[in-house]
Structures are given as C-alpha cells and as structure tokens.
Design a binder for this molecule. Structure first.
Ligand SMILES: Cc1cc2nc3c(=O)[nH]c(=O)nc-3n(C[C@H](O)[C@H](O)[C@H](O)COP(=O)(O)OP(=O)(O)OC[C@H]3O[C@@H](n4cnc5c(N)ncnc54)[C@H](O)[C@@H]3O)c2cc1C
Length: 442
C-alpha cells in the first residue's frame, strides 16, 4: 500500500480520464485535477472532460489496420473511452468518428458518476509528491507545470500542431459540391466533396501560399518544428504546386456528377456531428489569420459562402524526452511512484493517448497494491507503442502513433497488405488474451 489512501491524476483529457477510470474501477480512490473551466488551453473550448480538440475521427475501425487494432486491444482491456466512443459514433466510412460533444459528455458523466473519483478543479503547478501520481496534462500542458517538469527532468521539447476549420452544413454550396465517399466506401453521405478545375485550383494555390499567417507569439522557438501528420495546409503547399493535390486535395476515387470525371483537385468535408449540421475541412489544418481563412478557402467554389463555426488554429505541442525519462510501464525512471500518460509522453493521437492512460492507470493501481507493474507484450500495439517511446536507443525522439512498423516481424508474413494486417491483428489479440488471463486482472 502507498502511504496515502488515494492516487492523483492530473489532467482530465483523454489519457487522464482513462487512467482515473482504470484506477477507480480497481477500488482505489482518485483525486482528479483539471484546470478547466477556470483556465483553458488555446485549443480547449468546453467545460467537459476528454475534449477532442481537432478532428472528430478516432481513425480506422478495421481490426486489420494499425489504428483499428489499437482500439480493439483497448476494448478488450475495458477502455472507458472506447466504450463511450462506440456509443456516440457518426458515420465516417471505415473510420470511427464520434459526435465530439456527446463523446465528451458521456466520458464526463461516467467519471463523475464513479463514487471514488474526487474532482478538483484547479491548475496544478508542481508535480504532487504526496501520493502516487499520474501526469496527463497533454500537449498543451500549462506553462507553470511545464516549467516544473523541465526543472525536474531537464529535457522537454516543443513542436507544433494545427487544427482544421469547421463550417456549417447549410452554408456549403450544393450546386458545386457532391456527396460521395472515396472509392464509394461506406455511406455516400459521410463526405461532401468540393471539386476544383485546373484554373480554380491554380488561383486557390497562388493565394494560399501568399496568404497572411497568424503570429506565433506564445512559442519560444524561432523555427517551429511541425509534425508531418498535422502540417498546416499552407506549409505543405509551399513544397510544390502539386503537393496538396497528391495530399489532402487528392481527387482519386472521386467522380464529379456534373462532369462525369475525376476533378482536378478536391477538398473533402467530413461530417462533424450526428445531426450533420457541421463539417470539417479534412486535412486543412492551418495557421492563416482568420479573415485570410475565409478569403482563401472561400475561393473553393463550394465554400464561397461558407460560414465558419471554428477557424483553424496552430498550437504548441509539448512532449517529454521519454526514452531518457520513462520506463515502458509509463513510470519515471527517477521516481517510481510518478507516472506520465498521454500525448505528453510522445504517443501521438487521441486513442494512442488514451491507451497510454489505460496502462499508466493500471500500473499506478498495481504500484498502490504493491504488485509488479506491467508492460504489454511487444506483439500488441499498446505494448509496442510503450516500448518504442521508451527505447533509449532512439536518440532524436519524435512522437509516434499506432503503426504495424512497431510490431515484431511476422514469421508467416503475407505479401498481401490486407492479409498481413489481419495476421498482425490475430497474433496480437491471441497474445493479449493469454496475457490478460495470466496477469492483468490482479
Ligand atoms: C491543436 C491540436 C490538434 C490535434 N489534433 C489531433 C487530431 O486531429 N487527431 C488526433 O488523433 N490527435 C490530435 N492531436 C493530438 C492529441 O491526440 C490530442 O492532443 C489528445 O487530446 C491528447 O490527449 P491527452 O489526454 O494527452 O491531452 P488532453 O486531451 O489535451 O488533456 C489534457 C488535460 O489536462 C488539462 N491540463 C493541462 N495542464 C494542466 C494543469 N497544469 N493542471 C490541471 N489540468 C491541466 C487540460 O485542460 C486538458 O483537459 C491534436 C493536438 C493538438 C494540440
């Protein structure tokens, strides 16, 4: 037993809520600290816990994909966040997308309804030393706590992420857009496509690369390092005139019913909420000034009268140098009663963050009960991810999301990508079920 009768969890985001749930369901009291509603990061807007700050997609569902496998492992480990997500889906082809408000509300209600979680609405400025603690304050950890982490661990890095704008459904021009999922996968209503012909694209491109960007005053590096997966559209466009036509504006798998042909370029809009009243601009993370977003994105014919519910924004994204700081059970090398979880550890993505919260929560509870902490087998996506981010042979550490590249090679590796994904998934889930039976339910 710890000398205290509770475990602290700091941050009620995706990782913190999952950690708090895993601890509380094991019969241990939790003090969950969250600085909202008194203080909000530039990307958090609501009072609810587990707020999705950008896309409402939790990525692929198919178990034979890396993101799908991660989610299936989490389901089998009784993830609260996956359960809530499964209950508030919106159609999105092969992806698991959720109504973000329903999702956050259902996580918040689930956490609030657990009798042994005490919620403390305040900013934590120093890592608590009174009890076993999980720090899950995310990529936008408040400045004071960031400074404290840097003073304790020396190595803390910053880089940048950007969020895409959201527009109202009724303001999208129906004459110059059409509904269709790429390659007709999923429900045809999941996406609205905004096609551009060659001349329209050239005008749009020229204005995009020369549009005025917002200053990055609250960041402390002169040259922001941008994570590839969240690169602002205007930064990507600067790589060449066709780069975004092969990226977020790729027209492949689409046919414009007006012409019967594939458009020269197309922006896809993905349904944002179950009611279908809002759509987000897929892959259009941006740091343009707000009036510039309206002007430049309005050059896309279907968005000429678009009403922006939220403009795109760009933010600091902080993560620790986990290979030097953490063990694969998410505990700190220098303080075994301190755990980190979420994006702050350098896992990248909503569900990756929640999966690390799940493991950090299980391990904090085990530490409390004086049981040996656990790292899942390397054949599982959750285990492979925690091993990768704490692999000290990795010298220049960058965040990592779920990927089959993290898993050990298959012995009977198929040449067919889809079958190979299924092989990885089968091996992982078999290994996980044996591990769960033997170890995890202590
Ligand atoms: C702008 C932006 C866009 C992103 N877009 C995507 C995306 O589209 N898809 C994707 O998969 N991932 C995205 N990510 C990355 C990442 O998956 C999310 O940030 C995810 O929310 C991380 O989960 P988390 O639990 O680590 O942090 P969060 O969900 O951010 O939770 C941290 C919580 O801690 C609280 N907090 C912070 N400091 C303190 C403090 N000192 N004391 C008390 N509470 C505190 C915050 O208010 C927050 O509620 C994005 C990140 C950013 C910054």
């Amino acid at each position: 037993m710890s000398n205290k009768e509770y475990i602290n969890v700091v941050g009620a985001g995706l990782a913190g809520c999952e950690a708090a749930y895993q601890i509380a369901k094991r019969g241990i009291s939790v003090r969950l600290y969250e600085m909202k509603p008194h203080k909000k990061s530039p990307a958090h807007h609501t009072e609810d816990f587990a707020e999705l700050v950008c896309s409402n997609s939790l990525k692929a569902q198919r178990v034979g994909s890396a993101a799908g496998l991660l989610k299936e492992e989490m389901r089998r480990l009784d993830s609260l966040l996956l359960r809530c997500a499964d209950n508030c889906t919106v159609p999105a082809g092969g992806a698991l997308a959720v109504d973000r408000h329903l999702f956050a509300k259902s996580v918040t209600e689930a956490i609030r309804s657990m009798g042994n979680i005490e919620i403390i609405s305040e900013e934590v400025t120093e890592i608590p030393a009174d009890a076993i603690t999980v720090i899950a304050t995310g990529p936008l950890t408040s400045d004071a706590l960031c400074s404290n982490i840097v003073s304790l661990f020396g190595e803390s890095l910053s880089f940048f992420d950007a969020a895409a704008p959201i527009v109202t459904a009724e303001s999208i021009d129906t004459e110059t857009s059409f509904k269709q999922s790429r390659y007709d996968k999923g429900d045809g209503d999941d996406y609205i496509n905004c096609p551009l012909n060659k001349a329209e694209y050239e005008t749009f491109y020229k204005e995009l690369i020369s549009a005025e960007r917002a200053p990055l005053h609250d960041f402390d590096v002169a040259e922001p390092k941008v994570y590839e997966g969240c690169m602002p559209i205007e930064v990507m466009a600067q790589r060449g005139e066709d780069t975004i036509r092969f990226g977020p504006m790729k027209p492949v798998g689409l046919r414009d019913p007006r012409t019967g042909h594939r458009p020269w370029a197309a922006l896809q809009l993905r349904r944002e909420n179950s009611a279908g009243t809002m759509y987000n601009l897929v892959g259009f993370q941006t740091n343009l000034k707000f009036p510039e977003q309206k002007r430049v994105f309005g050059l896309i014919p279907a968005l000429k009268n678009a009403e922006f519910v939220r403009y795109g924004v760009m933010h600091r994204n902080t993560f620790i140098d986990s290979p030097r700081v953490l063990n694969s059970d998410y505990s700190a090398k220098t303080r075994e009663t301190l755990f980190f979880a979420g994006q702050l550890t350098g896992v990248e993505g909503y569900m990756e963050s929640a999966s690390s919260g799940l493991m950090a929560g299980i391990n904090a509870a085990r530490k409390f009960k004086e049981l040996k902490t656990l790292t899942l087998p390397e054949e599982t996506m959750i285990g492979a991810l925690s091993r990768y981010i704490t692999d000290d042979t990795v010298k220049k550490f960058q965040p990592m999301g779920a990927s089959f590249g993290l898993l050990p090679e298959l012995t009977n590796r198929s040449r067919d990508k889809k079958i190979r994904g299924e092989q990885y998934a089968e091996r992982s889930l078999d290994t996980l079920s044996m591990f769960v039976e033997e170890r995890i339910n202590d």
